[in-house]
Write a protein that binds this ligand. Structure first.
Ligand code: LLP
Length: 396
């Protein structure tokens, strides 16, 4: 912190590699492709580490695809998810030769066919099926229920597959689903898998054959010592059920979540009859998960000199909203100037940050052994309004 300033995100290269290798080793010799979900942490240094391991990527925008390429990733190992792919991103993705489009609606299938035919190309597609299973996770990050906007039900999927298999500009490659995020129990995953396998059987009876099954991401991490999914056990049960079918997986959080921390400095301590606040320099604009999902991240004092005040602190930021908190009721001994690490902040941390309250986005640092270096500069105040233009309506 002393050389990079505060607040700050810090990532561990070896933890990212360890997490990715856990997936890789669990597949053993079964055909597979790990497509890291770029949205979880899209810093090009992170993507570059994964690209060097041979990872594929799950992207949801042209911006993410360009990041992957800038980071040395292979577009031919990219799957393109997301409910609203525009014509330009479809065109670029076809030019780059991505592995597969994960198609989310009938309209989108028609658009991909149209773009591919106008380029005289064939688009590889997979239909995203919504298996209607309850992932028992926060409603904002649940995606596999009929009430969610993602994917299509199996009847519509079947008719889309029929359409795609008769088109000269579409090639049926796979079937995919993603039922939600931060899932800590295996059963919804296996339920979704069973539904997908039923549909694959139905497709076979219509003479439609797929090459891969994409089981999405969603494996939960342990934020507060809670039990979560054992990746090896999960993938073994998938492999047991799918026969020789190639498996794609789209992990995001489980690759980078526990590989990152958010460091923030105590600016002031403020106590009243009811509450004790540690006012820190980091805020909801830097790490929105606690405010948006009421999520728990452990708060750990760095370099504890224990000369401070012991209390149950709410760790709050400078943003003018009562929802601006990073942690609540934490028993810590704090004094001004202390640094607090907000743990397990490597996923959906920096990527969800904003400039709210005209706060420059924070710096990001990568650590490997004793080496550490900046992987994103702290934004400057000037950069905050460099794209803004004064409105002049006075006539002279
Ligand atoms: N594949 C698709 C199609 C997705 O939509 C997502 C995440 C993933 C893979 C990766 O899921 P993961 O392995 O990371 O669970 N901002 C929220 C999480 C949103 C997840 C969105 N989709 C949070 O901070 O909890």
């Amino acid at each position: 912190m002393h050389s990079y300033g505060s607040p700050l995100y810090i990532y561990s290269k070896s933890q990212i590699e360890f997490n990715w290798n856990l997936f890789e080793q669990s597949f053993e010799s079964h055909p597979h492709l790990i497509c890291y979900a770029v949205k979880a942490n899209s810093n090009i240094a992170v993507l570059n580490i994964l690209a060097k391991l041979g990872s594929g990527f799950d992207i949801v925008s042209l911006g993410e695809l360009e990041r992957v390429i800038a980071a040395g990733g292979d577009p031919r190992k990219c799957v393109f998810s997301g409910v609203a792919k525009n014509e330009n991103s479809i065109k670029k993705a076809l030019e780059y030769g991505i592995y597969c489009f994960n198609v989310e609606s009938e309209d989108e299938l028609a658009r991909i066919e149209f773009v591919a035919s106008s380029m005289n190309m064939t688009a590889p597609i997979s239909i995203r099926v919504n298996p209607n299973v309850d992932a028992n996770t926060h409603p904002y990050i649940s995606t596999g229920l009929t009430e969610n906007k993602f994917g299509v039900g199996s009847d519509i999927a079947l008719s889309m597959y029929k359409k795609a298999s008769s088109s000269t500009h579409l090639k049926v490659c796979g079937l995919d689903y993603h039922i939600g995020s931060q899932i800590t129990d295996l059963s919804p995953f296996l339920e979704a898998l069973d539904r997908a396998l039923e549909l694959i059987e139905k497709l076979k009876s219509e003479n439609i054959f797929i090459n891969h099954l994409d089981i999405g991401g969603g494996v939960g991490v342990s934020y507060n010592q809670e039990k979560t999914i054992d990746i090896k056990e999960y993938l073994n049960s998938v492999i047991e059920r799918v026969g020789s079918l190639k498996i794609l997986v789209e992990p995001g959080r489980s690759i980078v979540g526990d590989a990152g921390i958010f460091v923030t400095k105590v600016e002031y301590l403020k106590q009243n009859d009811l509450k004790s606040f540690a006012i820190v320099d980091g805020a909801m604009n830097d790490l929105i998960r606690p405010s948006l999902y009421d999520s728990h991240h452990q708060a750990v004092l760095i370099d504890n000199n224990s000369r401070g005040i012991n209390d149950e602190w709410d760790i709050v930021g400078p943003v003018c909203e009562s929802a601006d908190f990073l942690a609540k009721n934490r028993n810590l001994t704090l004094e001004k100037g202390d640094y607090i690490a907000i743990m397990t902040a490597g996923a959906y941390g920096f990527v969800l940050s904003s400039n709210y309250n005209s706060r420059p986005r924070v710096a990001e640092v990568m650590v490997s052994g004793i080496k550490h270096s900046l992987v994103r500069k702290r934004e400057t105040i000037e950069s905050l309004f460099e794209n803004e233009i004064l409105f002049e309506d006075e006539t002279h």
